[in-house]
Design a protein. Sequence first.
Length: 324
Amino acid sequence: MKIVVIGGSGHIGSFLVPRLVRAGHEVINISRGTGNSYIAAPEWQQVRQVTADREQEDREGSFGDRVAQLGADVVVDLICFTPESASALLGRLRGGTGHLLHCGSIWRYGISLKLPLVEGADSAAEPLDEYGIRKRDIARLLKEETAAGGLATTSIHPGHIVGPGWQPIGPLGNLDPGVWKTIAAGHALQVPGNGTELMHHVHADDVAQAFEKAILNRESAAGEDFNIVAPTALTVRGYVGMAASWFGQEPRMETVGWEEFRRSTTAEAADISWAHLSRNHCVSIQKAVSMIGYAPRYEPEKAILESLQWLIAHGQLDVPKLRA
């Protein structure tokens, strides 16, 4: 098949594009051309590169034409962030492309109500921010398109993506490198809440696997949306314990209220922590397993450890060498 990947030079695409080439597909990558893939792979030599600024071309109304003119059997859209952009691409591909796949997010779910979160159920409150609202609305738009007899569509909704080249969401639900330094030094880490809050990570290659499985199982995937995460989720307390062991330390935590936590860190770090931990996400993958054969290779701790090893090796995280 001829497959166009929009945004294929990013984190998911760095794993997806080589997968598709190895499977024998003709692959075209559309990107801004400003960076390389996160992971070097010989398969990229067989990929046709198309340079485009999607935001600008969406404003001009020309991006859908650009994609349609490539004559793809399948289009994988990894960088669509508004229903308007999704609708414009749908309208242009309808009747020509066989399958459109969209990358969503588990942030289409708001605060957890019942765990694990299941597609199409009342498992969570409505999304809390503009990003989550848009991802929810795009998924609904795609589902309605296929249900009405239009283009075959599928939306894939990853958890917190980790892997080489990527800063993982850390034990406090934020991106503060100081958290890793505190744990590595064996110092007590201030933990907001009670430490039982959940986060659900996923390795970028497992997300890529899900897209590949959905492409191979178009009949089952058409009109569906899938949660894609690791087999298990981490609590804050469990995450701190695992992280401490990687540095040869015992976990040391001090639980504090959110007001005290905010006084001990930056406003940005505190806001990101609240955004992740207040949602308390633990997500079911049963639908993806049963319908498209999704089989994640990475438990969350293995995926996070791989991210940390890459960051340390590339001088992007100044902590002692891991003992894991």
